[in-house]
Design a protein around this ligand. Structure first.
Ligand code: ZN
Length: 147
């Protein structure tokens, strides 16, 4: 596992924490492997890994990876690996695209990522126009739902 650390995000919620990486990371690099307990019920802290399966990610520190509409990592739910999708510099926050794993989120929110491609409202892949999902890595169960 590459070196990471939690930090307080300077967002709307002062208690919100994120996870940053402490070393430079090339694209397509395994940052961490994960496992966890499967549950049929989604929470704020689970990642969807199948049509009706959610994972309480272990190590728990990976639950701090927040959403961005321009993510730098993906949760590969098949390989159970956290993988960079572009080059990441030391001290950068790790972010993934929640709709890449979540079809319908239990806790929708207004995105403040500030990226030009921001969707503003994030409540799962179900609400995003198909063509706008094409530029993202998507988990197999999300691709199946779209088909
Ligand atoms: Zn956004």
């Amino acid at each position: 596992m590459m070196r990471v650390e939690p930090f307080g995000r300077s967002g709307a919620d002062p208690n919100e924490r994120g996870l940053r990486i402490l070393e430079d990371c090339p694209p397509d690099t395994v940052i961490a492997e994960f496992s966890g307990q499967l549950t049929p019920t989604a929470t704020r802290h689970t990642i969807q890994v199948g049509p009706a399966q959610h994972l309480v990610v272990d190590p728990a520190v990976l639950q701090l990876v927040c959403h961005s509409c321009r993510p730098n990592v993906r949760f590969d739910v098949t390989e159970r690996k956290l993988i960079s999708v572009r080059a990441i510099r030391a001290a950068d926050e790790l972010t993934f695209f929640y709709p890449s794993t979540e079809w319908a989120m239990v806790a929708p929110f207004n995105c403040l990522c500030g990226e030009p491609e921001c969707f503003h409202r994030i409540d799962g892949a179900k609400s995003i126009p198909r063509e706008r999902l094409q530029s993202y890595w998507l988990a197999p169960h999300v691709r199946s739902q779209l088909a």
